[in-house]
Design a protein around this ligand. Structure first.
Ligand SMILES: Cc1cc2nc3c(=O)[nH]c(=O)nc-3n(C[C@H](O)[C@H](O)[C@H](O)COP(=O)(O)OP(=O)(O)OC[C@H]3O[C@@H](n4cnc5c(N)ncnc54)[C@H](O)[C@@H]3O)c2cc1C
Length: 288
C-alpha cells in the first residue's frame, strides 16, 4: 500500500519543529519512529498533508538521572531503554516493559514518546507510565506544560496533547525505599501488542506489609488505566496469595473490556486477573 502524497520536513531543533507544527496544526503530523504512523498512512487511515520528522533532533534522545528524577527524551527508542544499565539499576520496570515490545526491528526504531502520544489501547508504555506516576512534558508555541500520565490517555488513540503540542520528555520520580516492580503481558501472537499488560510498582513498609501499590493496565479497555480498586485492596496486606487474589479480582472494575476476534471481553478480563496476580507476585519477590 502506498500513502497519500505529503510534504516532508526535517527540523534539527525542537523550536523549529514547534514552529513548523504551529503553521499547520490541522494537516501536519509529527513523525518519530514511524512504526505506528507509517502503517496507518499506508492503509490510508491517516492522510497527513505534511510530516515533521523529529528523528534528527538529537536533543530529544536521552536517558538521565537528575534531581531525584529519571528523565527520558521523547525520541529515545524502546531498545535504548531496554538496554540502559542505569534504568536496569534504578527503575527496572522500564527496561522490562521495553523488552516486551514487538520485535527487534520495532524496538530499534519505535520511540517511547511516539508510543505514549499514539495512545494505542494495546500499547505497553501507557501501563508503565501510569504505574510509575510519570509526568509528560509537552511543548507548543504557547510554551510548556506538564501532564500526569493518569490524565494523559483520554481514549482510543486520543491523548490530552493539544493540537500543535509535541511531547518532549518523560519524567519519573526515582523509586525509593523497599520497592519492587514487574511487567506481565500476554502478547498478541501476530503483532506482539498487549492483549493484556499489567505494570506494577510496590513499596513495602519496614514490617513487610504493602505501603503503596501502583498498577497500570493496558489492553483491556479503550485506553490504559490505573487499577485503583486493586491498589486499595493491597494496602496494609502481607501480599500473601489470598490477599493478592482478592485484590486482582478487581482489575476490570469500572472498565468495559474490549471484545475482538482474538479475545472476548470476558476472556480478556480473566487474563487480566491472572496476570495481575502474577505481576504483583513478581514485583513482591523483587523487593530490594
Ligand atoms: C509489527 C509491529 C509490532 C508492534 N508491537 C508493539 C508492541 O508489542 N507493543 C507496543 O507498545 N507497541 C508495538 N508496536 C508499536 C511501536 O511500539 C511504535 O513504535 C509506537 O507505537 C509508536 O512509536 P513511534 O516512535 O514509531 O511513533 P510514530 O509512528 O512516528 O508516531 C505515532 C503517533 O504519535 C505521534 N507522535 C510521535 N511522537 C510524538 C511526540 N514526541 N509528540 C507528539 N506526537 C508524537 C505521531 O504524530 C503519530 O500520530 C508495534 C509496531 C509494529 C509495526
Amino acid at each position: 500500500m502506498i500513502p497519500a502524497p505529503f510534504d516532508y520536513h526535517t527540523p534539527t531543533t525542537l523550536e523549529e519543529a514547534v514552529s513548523l507544527l504551529a503553521q499547520d496544526t490541522d494537516g501536519a503530523k509529527i513523525l518519530a519512529g514511524g512504526h505506528s504512523l507509517i502503517p496507518a498512512m499506508k492503509l490510508r487511515l491517516a492522510q497527513p498533508q505534511a510530516l515533521i520528522d523529529i528523528g534528527r533532533i538529537k536533543s530529544l534522545s536521552y536517558i538521565r538521572e537528575e534531581g531525584g528524577k529519571i528523565l527520558i527524551g521523547a525520541t529515545t527508542t524502546h531498545y535504548q531503554i531496554e538496554s540502559s544499565d542505569l534504568l536496569k539499576s534504578i527503575c527496572p520496570l522500564l527496561p522490562e516493559c521495553a523488552a516486551s515490545i514487538g520485535d527487534v526491528q520495532v524496538r530499534n526504531k519505535g520511540t517511547i514518546g511516539g508510543s505514549l502520544a499514539h495512545s494505542d489501547p494495546a500499547g505497553d508504555w501507557p501501563a508503565a507510565a501510569i504505574a510509575l506516576g510519570a509526568e509528560l512534558v509537552a511543548v507548543g508555541s504557547k510554551g510548556e506544560r506538564v501532564l500526569k500520565a493518569d490524565e494523559f490517555f483520554v481514549n482510543l488513540l486520543t491523548t490530552a496533547l493539544e493540537p500543535g503540542e509535541i511531547l518532549r520528555e518523560i519524567r519519573i520520580a526515582k523509586p525509593q525505599g523497599r520497592f519492587g516492580q514487574a511487567y506481565q503481558k500476554v502478547p498478541h501472537p501476530a503483532s506482539g501488542f498487549a492483549v493484556v499488560g499489567i505494570a506494577v510498582n510496590l513499596i513495602l513498609a519496614a514490617d513487610g506489609t504493602c505501603d503503596s501499590a501502583s498498577l497500570g493496565v493496558t489492553g483491556v479497555g479503550s485506553k490504559a488505566y490505573r487499577a485503583e480498586a486493586v491498589q486499595a485492596a493491597l494496602i496494609a496486606t502481607r501480599l500473601d496469595d489470598e490477599s493478592i487474589a482478592k485484590a486482582a479480582a478487581h482489575v476490570c472494575d469500572g472498565v468495559d473490556p474490549t471484545s475482538d476476534l482474538f479475545a472476548s471481553g470476558e476472556y480478556r478480563c480473566h487474563l487480566a486477573q491472572v496476570h495481575t496476580k502474577r505481576a504483583i507476585k513478581a514485583a513482591a519477590a523483587r523487593v530490594r
